[in-house]
Design a protein around this ligand. Structure first.
Ligand SMILES: [Ca+2]
Length: 384
């Protein structure tokens, strides 16, 4: 063993003369400047000729994230680079940080706005999910002010929920647990309400306790912002389709894909395909790879004719040429999403696991009347 050790020492001597010089006076059993490890906090020691400042120490410490200094002895203050957005308050941790977000925002960096309508007005919250302590009956019981009329902007003669006159402790309750696996926030409160049920107790009523309302919030996962079909952030040129219908073959009644926007108003206010078959598609180009976590669809009326898509598949692509149809994970088949049942009510489907892609297509699978869509995509562009 002796001669072998000597030859190794010679090699090191030739290659790294300073190192051997530095180790000259050391105990011969020492294995070099990295043993014992001089780096703190899990830093990796590597033998090196590099000078650090004006001293030569024969090694460098490769620090794990969150630590710095020659020996990784400094806990980096992650809050110094202000990672919390929208007024979030940062707390520095060991190799990490947390953000305490104001009520309207959530996500690791408070980057998600959490104040979208949860679906009282649009109808994503169904009638069965809305209950109340009592129902007011007027006109000898002929007119009933049901809990599920408590929808913001509801119109008609009976257009709100009203508690019965003899109800001493009226309440109305919205259950949102059966939408999907993600419990929603009811927001605009700081701290926000994190719950499956929300119950409202009217405190002061005039004549009757009557109300219409909306709940604002978002999914707990955060990444469920409208991507801009309704707002116009997604522009017309980004929305294309397999074919286009013209009522009476007139250009002024062209149901082009750029009109496929949730809640679009007007006489011609949706996309309608020129053909009615299962090869039709509506495509949105997000311009960059985007995380898509949900789809909201809605039908429309073509001069009084109710039209909507009753079910659909979703396809995605990163180059616009090679397409993948979103799969049902358990069945290993194309997933068919339930669509609309009328021309106006929003229908939301969660895409879980989410899609990461630049191009998204809705593939209508069944329909009523002609294939007609107004839509919104939910997701986020920023990934933590
Ligand atoms: Ca830290």
């Amino acid at each position: 063993m002796g001669p072998l050790l000597v030859s190794i020492a010679l090699c090191v001597h030739l290659a790294v003369p300073h190192l051997v010089k530095a180790a000259d006076g050391e105990d011969p059993t020492s294995a070099g400047p990295c043993h014992p490890n001089p780096c703190h906090n899990g830093g990796t020691c590597e033998i090196s000729e590099t000078f650090r400042g004006d001293t030569f120490i024969g090694y460098v410490c490769k620090c794990p994230s969150g630590f710095s200094g020659i020996h990784c002895q400094h806990n980096v203050n992650e809050c110094e680079r202000s990672p919390c957005r929208n007024g979030g308050i940062c707390t520095d941790l060991v190799a990490n940080y947390t953000c305490e977000c104001p009520g309207e925002y959530m996500g690791r960096n408070c980057q998600y706005k959490c104040s979208g309508p949860l679906g009282m007005e649009g109808g994503i919250i169904s009638n069965q999910q809305i209950t109340a302590s009592s129902t007011h009956r007027a006109l000898f019981g002929l007119q009933k002010w049901y809990p599920y009329f408590a929808r913001l902007n509801k119109k008609g003669l009976v257009n709100a929920w009203t508690a019965a006159e003899n109800d001493r402790w009226p309440w109305i309750q919205i259950f949102r647990g059966n939408i999907d696996n993600n419990t929603p926030f009811a927001n605009s409160f700081t701290p926000p309400i994190e719950a499956q049920y929300v119950r409202i107790y009217p405190q002061v009523c005039r004549r009757h306790c009557t109300l219409r309302m909306e709940l604002l919030g978002c999914e707990l996962t955060g990444c469920s912002e409208p991507m801009g079909m309704k707002s116009g952030h997604v522009q017309d040129y980004q929305i294309t389709a397999s074919s286009i219908f013209r009522t009476l073959n007139m250009d002024m009644f062209t149901w082009e894909p750029g009109k496929a926007r949730l809640d679009k108003q007007g006489k011609v206010n949706a996309w309608t395909s020129g053909h009615s078959d299962q090869s039709q598609w509506l495509q949105v180009d997000m311009l960059q790879p985007t995380k898509i976590t949900g789809v909201i669809t809605q039908g429309a009326k073509d001069f009084g004719h109710v039209q909507f898509v009753g079910s659909y598949k979703v396809a995605y692509s990163n180059n616009g040429e090679r397409w993948f149809i979103y799969q049902d994970e358990k069945q290993k088949t194309d997933k068919v999403f339930q669509g609309n049942f009328d021309n106006d009510t929003h229908r939301k489907n969660v895409i879980d696991p989410p899609i990461y892609a630049r191009f998204i297509r809705i593939l209508p699978w069944s329909w009523y009347g002609r294939i007609t869509l107004r839509a919104e995509l939910l997701g986020c562009t920023e990934e933590e």
